[in-house]
Design a protein around this ligand. Structure first.
Ligand SMILES: NC(=O)C1=CN([C@@H]2O[C@H](COP(=O)(O)OP(=O)(O)OC[C@H]3O[C@@H](n4cnc5c(N)ncnc54)[C@H](O)[C@@H]3O)[C@@H](O)[C@H]2O)C=CC1
Ligand SMILES: CC(=O)C(=O)O
Ligand SMILES: [Mg+2]
Length: 377
């Protein structure tokens, strides 16, 4: 198969879809890989390293999209990239379609085959291609939140861990999954007073077993959320209903009633965010203030630690990229129901039930869509 990796163009997005090590695996298996010039610059991998791994370098994204049968990326394609997609071309990347009508409409129009990392599942009920970036973003959320609490950034002027004789800050983490547990690990490590809130009791049991007496847990309901958020210095939003828009668990009223100078970090912003006052920001201007509460809502947090993130992402995505390249998308997806859950849009049809419901677009069963041979209209 011919595989193309364009340079990411989202603001301050430095990750890249494939590392030289991944390229080497694909070229060793007989595939052809084209990399856009300097695509690996942001993770300190030179064009020469890609060439040594067997790739060829192309000057522009247009050339990469034109030649490749499969495009491997990190972030959702922006409008200029969507315009380059061809019917039946395979796109493998994060998409986060539920809160994004414009992107979904363009992908439908493109008639491309669009597989989203974040909706691929595994037998343990996990999201294997989201997990590595959730680990990174969860850990970063505490660094970001700590900075938001600093005076010069609009915060009240609190050190998360306090010092002898001064109480630590109160951190409330909504969602006890991968983001939540990684955030908790950092918050506890810094000495913060840390609580995880989740609506799954088994998840709360696991959190309890993992962190013992260094964490408090609470069941997620309106009553508990209202009292915990009001008393928090820093709230991390890390909830997920796979594929769907994030539930707005914290209302504008609750934000208004928080103490001035407190902070919220909405990691779930890529699915639309779980605070009513959230709007997506980028790394060049990551925060804004609503009712004296500092908001950090960067939708591609791992992009800031691009080298760690690109390597972690490739560790997870490479086996799937290889299967798509070796078998073609039809056989690869039909052979694995969990991989098939990644299929969001194919030949103009939406095949993810949550995306279809969130955007009110008709749903087509993936098996039916895959069984229909593609013919150019
Ligand atoms: N902004 C960024 O750069 C990044 C954002 N993310 C996003 O972070 C979010 C969380 O991802 P993961 O931790 O991997 O998901 P996960 O599936 O591991 O955890 C989500 C947790 O939310 C809980 N949850 C669902 N509804 C809830 C409710 N009403 N109240 C409390 N808890 C609830 C679930 O029970 C689950 O434990 C996702 O939207 C993901 O896309 C992930 C990586 C990077
Ligand atoms: C998960 C995601 O959206 C990211 O890593 O940017
Ligand atoms: Mg207030």
């Amino acid at each position: 198969m011919i595989i193309g990796v364009p340079k990411e163009i989202k603001v301050h997005e430095y990750r890249v879809g494939m590392t030289p090590a991944s390229v080497k695996e694909l070229t060793s298996a007989g595939h052809t890989v084209y990399i856009e010039q300097s695509a690996g610059e942001g993770i300190a991998c030179s064009d020469q390293e890609y060439i040594d791994a067997g790739a060829s370098i192309l000057k522009t994204a247009e050339e990469v999209f034109a030649i490749a049968e499969m495009i491997v990326k990190v972030k959702e394609p922006l409008a200029v990239e969507r315009a380059l997609l061809r019917p039946d071309q395979l796109l493998f990347t994060y998409l986060h379609l539920a809160p994004d009508m414009a992107q979904t409409e363009d992908l439908i129009k493109s008639k491309a085959v669009c597989i989203a990392y974040e909706t691929v599942t595994n037998a343990n009920g996990g999201l294997p291609l989201l997990a590595p970036m959730s680990e990174v973003a969860g850990r970063m959320s505490i660094q970001a939140g700590a900075a938001c609490l600093e005076k010069s950034n609009g915060g009240v002027g609190l050190l998360l861990g306090g010092v002898a004789g001064v109480a630590p800050a109160k951190v409330v983490i909504i969602g006890g999954g991968v983001v939540g547990c990684n955030a908790a690990q950092m918050a506890i490590g810094l000495g913060a007073d840390t609580t995880i809130v989740d609506n799954n009791i088994d998840t709360l049991r696991k959190v309890n077993a993992q962190f013992g007496s260094s964490i408090k847990t609470a069941y997620s309901n309106k009553y508990n959320l209202a009292s915990l958020v009001l008393d928090a210095d820093l709230v991390i939003g890390g909830v997920l209903i796979p594929g769907a828009a994030a539930p707005k668990l914290v209302s504008a009223e609750m934000i208004k009633n928080m103490r001035p100078g407190s902070a919220v970090v909405d990691v779930a912003i890529d699915q639309g965010g779980c605070f009513a006052t959230s709007k997506a920001t980028a790394h060049d201007q990551p925060t804004y203030i609503v009712d004296d509460v500092v908001h950090y809502c960067v939708a591609n947090m791992p992009g800031a630690v691009a080298r760690t993130s690109a390597f972690a992402l490739n560790n997870a995505t490479l086996p799937y990229i290889l299967r798509l390249a070796n078998l073609g998308y039809k056989e690869a997806l039909l052979a694995d129901a969990h991989f098939k859950n990644g299929l969001n849009v194919i030949h103009g049809k939406v095949t993810n039930a949550s995306v279809s419901e969130s955007l009110n677009i008709p749903f087509v069963c993936p098996d039916e869509a895959l069984a229909t041979p593609y013919t150019a209209a």
